[in-house]
Design a protein around this ligand. Structure first.
Ligand code: ATR
Length: 286
């Protein structure tokens, strides 16, 4: 008898410019293999001028694409052009995860989810902090601020080289967020329960300023969104000063999970096998 059921093969992507350094294909490829799914996830380089047309094609279901991730420099445009951005993307003004539903393009931003899910896993209780210091005021900082505010931290001290950018974030997020110059760091760290670096300081062996974390609350957690190297200068300093730390790799892994579930219908697991796979790739392409 003829079996009329067709195997549905979904295809997803990560679009950026440039895109060759993205580890997302490795992450999603691992999950597709683990579940034995026939779909695909691949990196597509899309220049800014071509991005609106690329999104139109996605909304129309071209090439079997059901959705994907977008990264630098497309996150703001993806938000602006998606028909159905959710509340998270709307507040941030940026999206990193897209999917097609009934011919419409939906968008969210999973960076904040990835950030807190990693902390829940590697530094449980981190959200007992009543005050937090956030170094940096760029796009990554925005997602981090939103996520920790949504977990109940109501005193978020944003420190940035360019104070005006920190002030913009304080204006965007309201009373829970205050803006400060870098010189104020020692006094801001005093008694704080949480510190995160959202700048590129310390990335790829670059220098980072020396900070004294010993004045923070006794159960304070220090984390970094930089994950190359895994042990960043800030984490090294905090660890040697006896603080609890969480590295940034888990944020990358966790931010990928909601998209995979939307496109392929299975909830992926972030485990040591996946972490080891990415660490190995980082070692080989250092
Ligand atoms: P992203 O979207 O990755 O957050 P971004 O919007 O370019 O990137 O923001 C980069 C952040 O790192 C900013 O807070 C930036 O500080 P400025 O706003 O003053 O530029 C910070 N940053 C980058 N290089 C830095 C450096 N050498 N010293 C201090 N801060 C730095």
């Amino acid at each position: 008898m003829h079996d009329s059921r067709e195997t549905i093969i979904n295809h997803a992507f990560v679009a950026g410019y440039p895109i060759r350094h993205s580890r997302s294909p490795l992450i999603h490829g691992h999950w597709l293999k683990t579940f034995g799914l026939p779909g695909s996830y691949r990196a597509i380089e899309v220049a800014p001028a071509e991005f609106p047309g690329f999104l139109q094609g996605l909304a129309a279901g071209e090439r079997g694409l059901v959705g994907g991730n977008v990264t630098i420099p497309h996150k703001e445009t993806a938000f602006a052009l998606a028909e159905r951005p959710d509340d998270i993307a709307r507040e941030l003004g940026a999206a990193n995860t897209l999917w097609r539903e009934e011919g419409r393009l939906h968008a969210t931003n999973t960076d904040g989810h990835g950030f807190v899910a990693n902390l829940d896993e590697r530094a449980p209780g981190w959200d007992r902090a009543t005050s937090a210091v956030v170094l940096g005021a760029g796009g990554a900082s925005r997602a981090v601020i939103q996520a920790i505010r949504d977990r109940g931290i109501r005193d978020i001290r944003v420190v940035n080289r360019t104070v005006a950018r920190a002030r913009e974030l304080a204006d965007r997020f309201g009373a829970a967020v205050s803006a400060h110059p870098v010189a104020a760091l020692p006094e801001l760290l005093h008694g704080a329960g949480f510190f995160v670096n959202t700048t590129s300081l310390g990335m790829d062996g670059d220098a980072a300023p020396v900070l004294d974390f010993r004045d923070m609350a006794p159960d304070a957690v220090v984390t970094d969104i930089v994950y190359v190297p895994l042990m960043t200068p800030f984490l090294q300093q905090a660890q040697s000063q006896g603080l609890r730390t969480a590295d940034g790799l888990g944020m990358l892994l966790h931010q990928a999970a909601p998209g995979f579930e939307r496109w392929f219908g299975r909830r992926p697991v972030i485990d040591e096998t996946l972490r080891a796979l990415i660490v190995d790739d980082m070692t080989r392409h250092a």
